[in-house]
Design a protein around this ligand. Sequence first.
Ligand code: PLP
Length: 374
Amino acid sequence: MTAPDPRDGAGLGPLAPHVPALLRGTAAYHVPQPPRTVAKLDANELPYGLPGDLRAELGRALAEVALERYPDAAARRLRAVVVRQLSAPGPAAPRAPITGDQIVFGNGSDELIAMLCSAFSAPRGGRPASVLAPSPSFVYYRLAAIARGVEPIEVPLTPAFELDEAAMLRAIDEQRPRVVFLALPNNPTGTLWRMSFATELAARHRDVVIVSDEAYLAYSGATALPVLADHPNLVIMRTLSKIGMAGLRVGYTVSSPAIAALLEKLRPPYNLSALDQCAAEFVLERASAWCAARAAEVVAERSRLAAALAARGFEVFPSEANLLLIRTTGATALWHRLADVGVMVRLFDAGPLAGCLRVTVGTPADNAALLAAL
Ligand SMILES: Cc1ncc(COP(=O)(O)O)c(C=O)c1O
């Protein structure tokens, strides 16, 4: 007997017709597990772990967490830290003060993306609601929409993976999505599109939620936060995952208090564990300078690695994130050869990403291992 194909609902028997067709035809998010890893360059993580003294201090803080109690559902202490951090003076500071009622925490930004899809899913005239994102972009926008019966609309990027602004405007006018997700910079391409396009969209389409997904802020420095107060339909989304805390699952949105109050209705009350809250608070308070310094090292490494890959004949796309998208012939075979020697990168060899591999910028040693393997 052949194994049922989990993509088409085979094996579910009479349950299969109850599953939306789009969901049946979708593959689950898959993370390959190699037998050994020499360099883990496949998940856009920060390649550095906290230094020993901070780790020990964090351990002491975590030991004090009352595990017998539910976590603080409002994450009050963490909220205060985030508000303080967002309000810090500088070029990225908001022009109007941020208050705690503008923040919603998610179990990673993945959960916030799902909450945004659910919150604005009211059907329009018999048609399901839709959300729109450029393509290729972060795959979870599409998965989260499909899982909630919301139609994902994808607007192709140009061949250079730039945003096709005219096509985006046309698609929004014609399809009237409820939410537009813009990864700024984009994953998996690394490209940073014109930031002001997000705010122009927000001004032009007051009935559409525009999400500025700033997961890679530490590597791009680009944020729409300064003008948030001008746009009641703009949502800024951030995560701790890319600044060294992917093992915690903590992300947050900053938006108008009205959108935040709506998202709060969807948020599972204890979505951030007490350990998540304590560790996130510690990292933001005590380790943010360390995180920023490591991110700056990755940015410097990014240029060196891009030059070295280009010198080896790869097409390297410009990146403002901690990743490089590269194109070559025989990408799939190359991915297997790299995996065999424990160098993990992400393979995308299909559609507009034919021939593409995504390489997370690692430590100098990780990057040297990649270059040696190539
Ligand atoms: C653009 C973008 N947004 C959001 C996420 C999800 O981050 P989190 O780990 O917070 O769920 C990712 C993860 O790779 C991403 O690339």
